[in-house]
Design a protein around this ligand. Sequence first.
Ligand code: C5P
Length: 219
Amino acid sequence: MKVLITAGPTREALDPMRFISNRSSGKMGYALAEAAVKAGHETVLVSGPCALTQPEGLAKFISVVSAADMAEAVKAEFPAADTAIMCAAVADYRPKKFSASKIKKSDDTLVIELERTEDILASLGKMKRADQKLIGFAAETDDMEKNAIGKLQRKNLDWIAANRLDLPGQGAESNTNTVILFSVKGEQVTIPLASKREVAEEILKITGVNESCKGNLSI
Ligand code: C5P
């Protein structure tokens, strides 16, 4: 099976020196890529800037910086994929104007106008064929279940993995995670706190990504 995964943050440049980004470490997406390779999938990883080593055995590794770069790479790869798992913490907004010269300090306050970036996952939801599986993530601080199910439906996903950002041992920079998986068919499965690698393997099993290549499974 061909699996496309996104990981890490994106960076939205303000000037040659500064950017807007977030605290995503890329660990969950890289763990998913490692688990997909281990399960025998032809795995493409599209990664924003992070400090992790590229997993071994990938079919392709595409390094991107901004949400626009990630959207371009992901939309080009998606038609050939059987499953896409969008784990990246894509910036929702980018500076409306990029300043080619470094912004100088002058007044006490500085107003930066931001504009929406493309919602890559929602774009894939519109492109998705009946034979493709689309899985998203929802990192939440409030109303996790309601928000996750809303995203599942709005973005035309098959599954969404929801996790809390405001509890210890889970979320952006942690080595461990706990997620609740919701499916479009109404299934709900909790993966208890474990290493991101173990959580990744469970996600692939529960969502059925590993079903079609059980012969290759070494877990
Ligand atoms: O709506 P929200 O940003 O919380 O949705 C999170 C999910 O959407 C994640 O799977 C993330 O990778 C994806 N996403 C995206 N492009 C964006 C924003 C989020 O693919 N611009």
